[in-house]
Structure formats: structure tokens, C-alpha cells
Design a protein around this ligand. Structure first.
Ligand SMILES: [Ca+2]
Ligand SMILES: [Ca+2]
Length: 196
């Protein structure tokens, strides 16, 4: 096996390790209150969604209902954070806007350092949903979804936050070290073999 092919196997193997770990889709199915009930924190599939603004239960619009929404008439930002007990990756989220334009920033953080950011604009009205994809290969400890008002008063929904817990996350440098170390071992083994 050539070195390039070997490194590809190491890289693909590491990616497989990431995708194997506990995948979850936060559908908000456990919200059983009435439309407009405040949501401070919400737990599903081992993940916690924390409101960093004025997010409430949504039972009129969803993909499908229930989900969470925010509405306001000021030039403000509304965020939610998503976290679990360890590291995870962010796959995608569904966003919808009631009327007017909303802008979204989706940030993946590890130890308070940005790992990636996804930006999108969304124009209403319902029931159009936009799926925003994240960086499913970057391990993070916090996901922050921020919705910023566009030109009009709006109401905006979040549903189906797709994430996956990961247990071991070698960085590219570690993967290279691991790869070259194994190649070195393979070479050493061959040498010993031919000496006999
Ligand atoms: Ca779920
Ligand atoms: Ca839902």
C-alpha cells in the first residue's frame, strides 16, 4: 500500500469514527405546553438547548410541529445554544421565517474558540424551510444559532437540529503523526522480517 493510500485509509477511518457516535435530531417533540410558552432550557437525546433570548414553544408552525420560535419588533438578536456532556459535531438545522427577512449565524465553538460559522438569510412567509448544513467534521462543545432581524418585524422558527456526540477526535496533525508512526512501524516490521 502506498503512503498516500495509507494516509487516506487513516483519514477515512477517523472520519468514520466521528460519524459512528450517537447521532441525534432535536425535533422538540417533548414540548407539550401551549403555543407561546417560554422555553428556558430543553433537553432531548442527551443534548440541551438553552435560550439566550426570547424563545417560546411553537405549535402552529413546525417541520413538523412542535418546535421553537422567537418574535420581536426591535432591532435585536436572538440566540440559542446547544450543548451536551462532551464533544459533538453539527450536521444541520431547519429554519423558517414568518414574514420579512431574517439573517442567521451558526457558530461552532470549542473552548470558546470558533471552529466554523455558517451564515444564511431567510425570507418568509411560512411554510418554507431552509436547511443549513454545518461542518460535520469539526468537533465542538457548543453550538450557537443566532437570528438577527432583517428589515421587517418577523417571527422565526428553529426545528430539527441534527448533531452527533463524538468520543475521540484526533486533529489533522495527530492523524498525520498516527499515520507516519504506523508507516514507520510497518517499515520496521518488514526490516525485521527480511533479517530472518
Ligand atoms: Ca430526537
Ligand atoms: Ca419538530
Amino acid at each position: 500500500m502506498g503512503i498516500k493510500k495509507f494516509l487516506m485509509v487513516v483519514v477515512i477511518g477517523t472520519m468514520a469514527l466521528l460519524s459512528e457516535a450517537g447521532a441525534a435530531v432535536i425535533t422538540f417533540d417533548d414540548l407539550v405546553g401551549i403555543n407561546g410558552n417560554p422555553v428556558a432550557t430543553y433537553n432531548e437525546d442527551g443534548f440541551t438547548v438553552t435560550s439566550l433570548g426570547e424563545w417560546v414553544e411553537a405549535h402552529n408552525h413546525g417541520n413538523p410541529i412542535p418546535d421553537i420560535y422567537t418574535s420581536y419588533f426591535g432591532n435585536t438578536s436572538q440566540s440559542v445554544s446547544v450543548a451536551t456532556s462532551g464533544l459533538f459535531v453539527f450536521n444541520s438545522v431547519d429554519l423558517s421565517t414568518g414574514s420579512g427577512v431574517a439573517n442567521y449565524t451558526i457558530r461552532g465553538l470549542l473552548a470558546n474558540v470558533d471552529q466554523f460559522a455558517a451564515l444564511t438569510g431567510q425570507d418568509g412567509p411560512w411554510p418554507f424551510w431552509t436547511t443549513v448544513f454545518g461542518d460535520a467534521t469539526s468537533a465542538i462543545d457548543t453550538l450557537i444559532i443566532t437570528q438577527t432581524q432583517g428589515t421587517d418585524s418577523i417571527t422565526a422558527n428553529i426545528d430539527n437540529i441534527s448533531v452527533a456526540a463524538v468520543t475521540a477526535v484526533p486533529e489533522p496533525a495527530t492523524m498525520l503523526l498516527l499515520g507516519s508512526g504506523l508507516i514507520g512501524l510497518a517499515g520496521y516490521g518488514r526490516k525485521k522480517f527480511f533479517k530472518k
